[in-house]
Design a protein around this ligand. Structure first.
Ligand code: PGA
Length: 278
């Protein structure tokens, strides 16, 4: 794979988000895949595939299932690997009688940095509302971690011309009541539901359009400083082949990657999207 890099050893070209002052964040959402043995293997392969230099321009996180977190944390720390540990969800309370749940406090103890909240699968399959997503984001923040707050419209909503309103509503509800200073530290992931796991990606122009919309909504509510600091990821069938064009867009500051994050070879190429740009 490395032999196919276009500019190996040279300074990569600046991209849209590179000139914004926002450091891109490429996150791998493993969903309910990889047991802890497979997780250890994957994170070791990923560390092997990435050079120290590769982390210079881009933050990287992996979000394994809860049962893998301790194993992955141990590998990352033992070898001082600059990949941030992430989780896929958490409960709103710090502890208590919530059988089967995991708290943000527990994740913070494992040195988790980023927690995905409000992923569309949780919204659709587990009935999560904006109100619940808001409470989860607050729990994550309370424990010094960064929420990755997911928003995105369904195909029916897009066809009905409601995509912008739906995304604006999810953003407002999920971040309701947060201070501008806090909003500037967050990550929002725009993931059109119709593009997740389907192989169908939003065009770079459509993805840019919605990410710009998220930023302008954020500016209206929390001011331009918060909006210009906010990192906005695109997610939905991101692959090594489409990552460079998506990441070139000025309002796209990273990617939330599902399927293509399960194999280290693919995910490392996405992390290194700059080296494969046309
Ligand atoms: P996908 O998933 O890359 O497999 O489409 C993205 C996500 O759900 O975060």
């Amino acid at each position: 794979m490395r032999g196919r890099r276009k500019s190996a050893g040279r300074e990569p070209a600046a991209t849209g988000s590179g000139s914004s002052g926002r450091t891109p964040l490429i996150s791998g959402n493993w969903k309910m895949n990889h047991n802890h043995f497979e997780a250890i293997q994957t994170i070791q392969k990923l560390a092997y595939a990435l050079n120290r230099d590769d982390y210079r321009h881009t933050d990287v996180s992996v979000h394994p299932p809860f049962t893998d977190l301790r194993s992955v944390q141990t590998v990352l720390q033992a070898d001082d690997i600059p990949i941030a540990l992430g989780a896929q969800d958490c409960h709103t309370a710090d502890s208590g009688a919530f059988t089967g749940e995991v708290s943000a406090a527990m994740l913070a103890k494992l040195d988790v940095t980023y927690v995905i909240v409000g992923h569309s699968e949780r919204r659709a399959l587990f009935g999560e509302s904006d109100e619940l997503v808001n409470a989860k984001a607050r729990a994550v923040l309370r424990h010094g971690m960064v929420p990755i707050v997911c928003v995105g419209e369904t195909v029916d909503q897009r066809r009905a011309g409601q995509a912008h309103d739906v995304v604006a509503g999810q953003l407002a509800g999920s971040l309701d009541g947060l201070d501008a200073a806090v909003v500037g530290t967050l990550v929002v992931a725009y993931e059109p539901v119709w593009a997740i796991g389907t192989g169908e990606t939003a065009t770079p122009a459509d993805a840019q359009d919605m990410c710009a919309h998220v930023r302008s909504q954020a500016a209206d509510r929390w001011g331009s400083d918060a909006a210009s600091a906010l990192r906005i990821q695109y997610g939905g069938s991101v692959k090594p082949s489409n990552a460079p064009d998506l990441m070139e867009q000025p309002d796209i500051d990273g990617a939330l990657v599902g399927g293509a994050s399960l194999a280290a070879a693919d995910f490392s190429r996405i992390v290194n999207y700059r080296l494969y740009a046309a």
